[in-house]
Design a protein around this ligand. Structure first.
Ligand code: TXA
Ligand code: MG
Length: 354
């Protein structure tokens, strides 16, 4: 299959491109598109055959449900049994935007889209290209992140092409995304609202709107052995090809330890990479040293994390050491993704000395 690459310019000519994208969706094909979080791989959410194609293109296990993207709040009741008060409050506060809400599905949503579940994840994105595309294509777009399963979510159209060229009909290129990490997921089908995946909308922000909000135990304690409620959270994820480890401890100890391990790995002929911050990068000695931004700037770190992981892949770096980041606010989402990317390999410099 030849994948069409279409750049969106924010001009009249975009209309023809969106019409073509909509035609592909209505015929059961797949179109990747930008959102404010990461690029999505879209298909008709109400067409079981389209959802099957999404799983095939990504190489994703089919028990891992898709998010249904809508462009109008009024469309929510078309696909869910009931819109509870909590959903209205969350939508009022955070939609359009980087929040996904899980509710009981209506029969119109096929099990192929929900991975066999009776619930459906719904999001109303704010990105203008996403919204224009969803509207043109009929209003209900199932879309996981537009990466090959296991890879970091794409923040640029060129990363989508790297993973999916030849496997999907079209890529809408809207430039680099803003946030850079996937949406926050809040489950409203349990006894209390619960965050299943941390993101830009933090627990504190959700609590301001809903009062009590729980955080799924598997996010707080990754080694709890409890099965995550969002099926996708159980898979190794967001990972670069090189082996990534997180190094924790006092700043000087971390730099010293990372430099020593890089020297060792380099001695064994392995290409080495380091993820540091603006404050520390000058202190590292490795084949490739990258800064995620200023240490206190969580938004900048979220924005550059997946791009950096992909750059290490492009450079064929074999071992990567990353500093650890604060887990306050958006930091919880950053550390959640970084820990998964590292397969939970953490090196504590204090303990290592003993
Ligand atoms: O920001 C985002 O959410 C991006 C953009 C494209 O919108 N999408 C995204 O989709 O990250 P995906 O498929 O990569 O991640 C969806 C997550 C998975 O972990 C999946 O298991 C979970 O949402 N999920 C979807 N439906 C669910 C449901 N009914 N119950 C529990 N978890 C669900
Ligand atoms: Mg994903």
């Amino acid at each position: 299959m030849e994948t069409i690459h279409a750049v969106i310019h924010g001009m009249e000519s975009d209309r023809a491109v969106l019409r073509e994208a909509a035609r592909i969706i209505r015929q059961g094909g797949l179109v990747a598109f930008p959102t404010e979080t990461v690029y999505g791989l879209g298909g008709d959410a109400l067409n079981p055959a389209s959802s099957k194609k999404i799983y095939a293109a990504k190489g994703r296990p089919s028990d891992n449900p898709l998010i249904v993207h809508i462009c109008r709040l009024a469309d929510l009741e078309m696909i869910v049994e009931e819109v509870p008060e909590a959903a209205k409050k969350l939508a009022g506060a955070f939609w359009p935007g980087p929040l996904t809400i899980i509710l009981k599905k209506k029969g119109i949503v096929p099990y192929e889209t929900t991975g066999g579940l009776e619930t459906v994840a719904v999001r109303l994105p704010s990105h203008p290209v996403a919204r224009a595309f969803i509207e043109a294509a009929g209003g209900f777009i199932a879309a996981p992140s537009a990466n090959a399963s296991g890879k970091p979510s794409p923040t640029l159209a060129s990363y989508v092409a790297q993973d999916l060229d030849g496997k999907i009909e079209m890529i809408l290129d809207g430039g680099e995304v803003g946030i850079g990490l996937e949406s926050t997921i809040i489950d409203l089908t349990g006894e209390a609202p619960a965050i299943l995946r941390p993101g830009y909308v933090t627990a504190e922000m959700a609590r301001e709107v809903l009062g009590h909000v729980e955080i799924d135990r598997t996010i707080l304690d990754a080694d709890s052995g409890v099965k995550p409620k969002a099926p996708g959270m159980k898979y190794r994820h967001y990972a670069p090809s090189g082996e990534l480890s997180i190094v924790e401890g006092k700043r000087e100890d971390v730099i010293e330890t990372i430099n020593r391990m890089c020297a060792e790995a380099g001695g064994n002929g392995l290409k080495t990479g380091v993820i540091g911050t603006d404050e520390t990068v000058a202190g590292y000695d490795a084949d490739s040293v990258k800064s995620v931004g200023k240490r206190e700037d969580e938004e900048a770190i979220a924005h550059s994390l997946y791009r950096i992981l992909r750059e290490f892949d492009d450079e064929e770096v074999a071992v990567i050491y990353s500093e650890s980041f604060s887990s306050n606010g958006m930091g919880q989402a950053i550390m959640n993704r970084l820990l998964k990317a590292a397969g939970h390999r953490i090196i504590e410099t204090g303990k290592e000395r003993l």
